[in-house]
Design a binder for this molecule. Structure first.
Ligand code: HEM
Length: 488
């Protein structure tokens, strides 16, 4: 009896000591308020969703110093104040590199070292190649053509609730396929089946963003059935990508007509052939995975939020439709770049939706290579993992009036200060490379859809006063249904 008692007691003491040692924050972070790990764990275990997590983060900093620390397999500092964020985000990409994941981590296996995850000279080279290629790929008319296909698809599903996020994923993937890869993803052919490419991608993302695996990266290296499964899915995805690359290379060798080679992939392939870049096939693959992921999920979330608000506020929808009619006419004319600039109210709706629901809730963490001063009293020590919560900076009541209200008007001719506090695409040297691409595609989709359909919330969701969200690290709406009805 005494033996068992002593053994259990010793194990408990060791466990307690072990947890305290891991959990005890470094002294240099003492000044930063702590988010309770146990409260966070409870929220995650009970799957209570994003609002609870964000509320916990805000409440953990009662004196509003503008940053908190959180135990997340290691200590992570989260910046929640826009002024700190501006300084942080404007720091050079060389002195504030993105954090490296342990090798073999599934996120690393899947995303590799595409531009979002790379650092130093490699990142600079990738960004130099992609920037002009992105500008060439900005083609609103082509987005308009895809939107016409989308309208035909929605026409087959009118007056019934439809999961708006999956619907938006289809159109953004189709557009990305055409504009970025000159590839027909066949995402708008029918609603019965999820497109093949998207199906595999969704499964992989579900695995790699699974909370325990994010918090405890070592789990990815264990010989678990699920890890083996993900690796085989990634292989399948890669085969598809290599086929797509080869197909594009072949088409380009047949056609030297520059007008036919305006897509992002063509731009990257052209640059890859130049000796100064010397891109390997693995580097190409990594870039494409990143463009594929960054290029459709975020825009689908943003569009889902916009359609939720349009459905919830019919008067906003009416005003947006009037603008679309004024700019595009009643016909299904394909929008031009000039038209896009005139969609001021629709732009404000997108901006306000992105303020309230930034699809990237926080940026990927960085580790400063030297102490980074954010204000007179606040310095992030060298090497400390740090991120910016875009949700928190956008929902700070000290900065935004009626912070939780949807007020698109605040973005009609906004003052410089308001614009600089709005950072859903991040800012500084590592800001989103696809911002113009995404804003352009969203404006076309919204304007053309409003010329054809009325969006409403299904009867059982009329009281929905906020979007149901998962507690995932990307912002994902739980099932969000919208009804599209043909305009009379
Ligand atoms: C509503 C749509 C979008 C939002 C809210 C968004 C948001 C962001 C944010 C916050 C970052 C910074 C991430 C970080 O620092 O960790 C980022 C980076 C990036 N985004 Fe986007 N994005 C959107 C659309 C797109 C599109 C359409 C593409 C490409 C087709 C794209 C490609 C990228 C790339 C490549 C980076 C990495 C840039 C670098 O590290 O230099 N994004 N995006």
């Amino acid at each position: 009896m005494t033996f068992w008692f002593n053994s259990i007691f010793t194990v408990l003491v060791l466990l307690f000591y072990f947890i305290r040692r891991i959990y005890k924050p470094p002294k240099e972070l003492d000044f930063i308020p702590t988010v309770s790990f146990f409260k966070l764990l409870l929220i995650l275990l009970c799957n209570q969703g994003q609002y609870e997590i964000q509320k916990l983060i805000r409440e953990s900093d009662p004196d509003r110093i503008g940053l908190v620390k959180i135990f997340f397999g290691g200590w992570l500092v989260i910046i929640t104040d826009i002024e700190h964020a501006k300084i942080f985000l404007s720091e050079s990409a060389y002195t504030l590199p993105k954090g490296e994941l342990p090798e073999n981590h599934l996120t690393d296996v899947f995303f590799g070292k595409g531009v979002t995850f790379s650092n130093g000279d490699r990142w600079e080279r990738q960004r130099k190649i992609a920037t002009p290629a992105f500008n060439r790929a900005l083609r609103p008319e082509m987005v308009g053509e895809c939107t016409n296909e989308f309208i035909n698809l929605v026409n087959k599903w009118t007056d019934k609730p439809i999961d708006v996020f999956s619907l938006m994923q289809r159109i953004t993937i189709q557009i990305l396929g055409k504009l970025a890869f000159a590839y027909d993803m066949k995402a708008l052919d029918n609603l019965d089946e999820q497109p093949y490419f998207l199906k595999i991608y969704t499964k992989i993302i579900r695995h790699v963003t699974n909370t325990p695996f994010v918090v405890f990266p070592f789990l990815s290296s264990l010989p678990l059935k699920r890890n083996i499964e993900v690796k085989s899915l990634i292989k399948e995805f890669d085969n598809f990508l290599f086929e797509m690359i080869e197909q594009r290379r072949f088409q380009m060798s047949k056609s030297k007509n520059e007008k036919e080679n305006t897509d992002l992939l063509a731009g990257i392939l052209e640059a890859a052939n130049q000796e100064e870049y010397n891109h390997t096939i693995k580097e190409l693959r990594d870039d494409i995975v990143v463009y594929f992921a960054a290029g459709h999920d975020t825009s689908s979330i943003s569009l889902s939020v916009v359609f939720y608000y349009l459905a919830r506020y019919p008067e906003v929808q009416k005003k947006a439709r009037e603008e679309a009619i004024k700019v595009l006419g009643n016909t299904s004319k394909l929008p031009t770049s000039e038209n896009i600039k005139d969609l001021k109210y629709i732009t404000a709706i997108i901006m306000e939706s992105l303020r309230l629901y930034p699809p990237a809730l926080q940026i990927l963490f960085r580790s400063p290579t030297k102490p980074l001063k954010l204000s007179r009293n606040i310095t992030i020590p060298k090497g400390v993992k740090t991120t910016v919560s875009l949700w928190q900076v956008h929902r700070n009541p000290d900065i935004w009036n009626d912070v939780d209200e949807f007020i698109p008007e605040r973005f009609i001719n906004p003052e410089k200060e308001i614009k600089s506090n709005w950072v859903p695409f991040s800012s500084g040297p590592r800001s989103c490379i696809g911002q113009n691409f995404s804003m352009m595609e969203q404006k076309v989709i919204i304007a053309m859809t409003l010329l054809n359909f009325e969006a409403s919330l299904p009867p059982n969701a009329r009281q929905l006063d906020r979007i149901p969200l998962t507690s995932s690290f990307m912002m994902h709406p739980k099932k969000l249904d919208i009804v599209f009805s043909k305009l009379k």
